[in-house]
Design a protein around this ligand. Structure first.
Ligand code: KG4
Length: 336
């Protein structure tokens, strides 16, 4: 079954052609990230405009690269939630028109389910059930992936997402947007014990997380050092910050594995690219005999291949959209 996947939930306009959920024939991404960088974060209106301008060309290119024609498509899958509403609407309306024009089914896909599915593309042997640590710009959650389409959130952030925390810290340090990649790169040369940042615990919850206190601690430290004219080591700060994030994510992932009894952990979302988190999860999983599934860096960020992949499994489960399909800024992953 050939699926055209469409993704436009944030600042990437993407189209992909995916065969039977696991084989990516083409995957094209146009990003407006450079325009947002000037403002220190995504400007929703700019993102929507760029999606409108790029979506036709990106889709054409996906067909060209796969050597296929639109008439060969069996279904169109599209990210319909969660994300920036104006951005989502561009992809949803384009996908509706494409499905209607081609006379094929339309499949709405939850964006974070798509991030999880990126692991199916990278790891042919990965099948549910498993635990997934979802860490992106909008989501931080431990998800019990019971089947391809049945999921339950076991723990989640009570405040900021981990990606947002990376982006805000980087902004204060003038490292640009998005902040995760430079903090990751610079932190590799720093001392991760130089700055003792807090590791937050959520009362009465072993699996929920909190990052707003850590974010504030880093920002206060940077402001205080600047006001007093004291030296601040950016590599040490980046390393200490990444260590604090990882110390929050890794033990909770291990606790969720104990709770579910699973021996498989997958990681999904943009922050899954972080080298410190990848290394710490690898070590913890190795100690416990857990199989760890990490997406390649090329599939950590937003793309449409993951939407085509998850769309296949949603289709198998009977999910369909029609011309009344709407986009939603928020949506529980269990409702997907
Ligand atoms: O999954 P994604 O591309 O978009 C959403 O669906 O939200 O995630 C974007 C987030 C940004 O906050 C970005 O700073 C972060 O992923 N990120 C990283 C790294 N690469 C991207 N965070 C930490 N370390 C990285 N290497």
């Amino acid at each position: 079954m050939l699926i055209l996947g469409i993704e436009s939930s944030c600042d990437e306009t993407a189209a992909a052609l995916v065969r039977d959920g696991r084989t990516v024939l083409s995957s094209v991404i146009a990003t407006s990230v450079a325009e947002h960088a000037v403002y220190g974060g995504v400007v929703p209106e700019i993102a929507s405009r760029r999606h409108t301008e790029s979506i036709v060309q990106v889709t054409r290119q996906a067909f060209q690269e796969a050597g296929l024609t639109p008439r060969e498509v069996d279904a169109v899958a599209v990210t319909s939630a969660p994300g920036l509403i104006g951005a989502l609407l561009v992809g949803v309306n384009f996908a509706k028109a494409a499905a209607y024009g081609l006379g094929v089914p339309l499949i709405p896909v939850h964006h974070v389910r798509g991030h999880i599915a990126a692991n199916y593309i990278a790891h042919p042997n990965l099948v549910p059930p498993f635990l997934c640590l979802c860490v992106s710009g909008g989501t931080t959650a431990l998800v019990d992936v019971k089947t391809y389409t049945q999921m339950e959130v076991l723990g989640a952030t009570r405040d900021d997402s981990v990606g947002e925390c990376f982006d805000k810290v980087a902004r204060v340090l003038d490292l640009g947007y998005p902040g995760g990649p430079p903090l990751d790169r610079i932190g590799r040369t720093g001392n991760d014990k130089a700055y003792p940042f807090p590791r937050a615990h959520v009362q009465n919850s072993d699996l929920d997380l909190s990052f707003s206190g850590l974010k504030t601690a880093v920002i206060n430290l940077a402001h205080n050092a600047r006001q007093k004219g004291e030296p601040l080591s950016i590599p040490d700060l980046a390393a200490s910050f990444s260590a604090a994030v990882s110390d929050s994510l890794v033990p909770r992932s291990m606790a969720a594995l104990s709770l579910t009894g699973y021996d498989k952990l997958a990681v999904a979302g943009g922050v899954a690219a972080n080298s410190r988190i990848r290394a710490d999860l690898s070590a913890a999983c190795q100690d416990r005999g857990i199989s760890l599934f990490l997406p390649p860096l090329s599939l950590c960020g937003d793309n449409a291949a993951m939407i085509g992949c998850q769309g296949y499994y949603e289709y198998q489960a009977g999910k369909r959209g029609d011309l009344s399909l709407n986009a939603f800024a928020t949506m529980d992953i269990s409702r997907g």
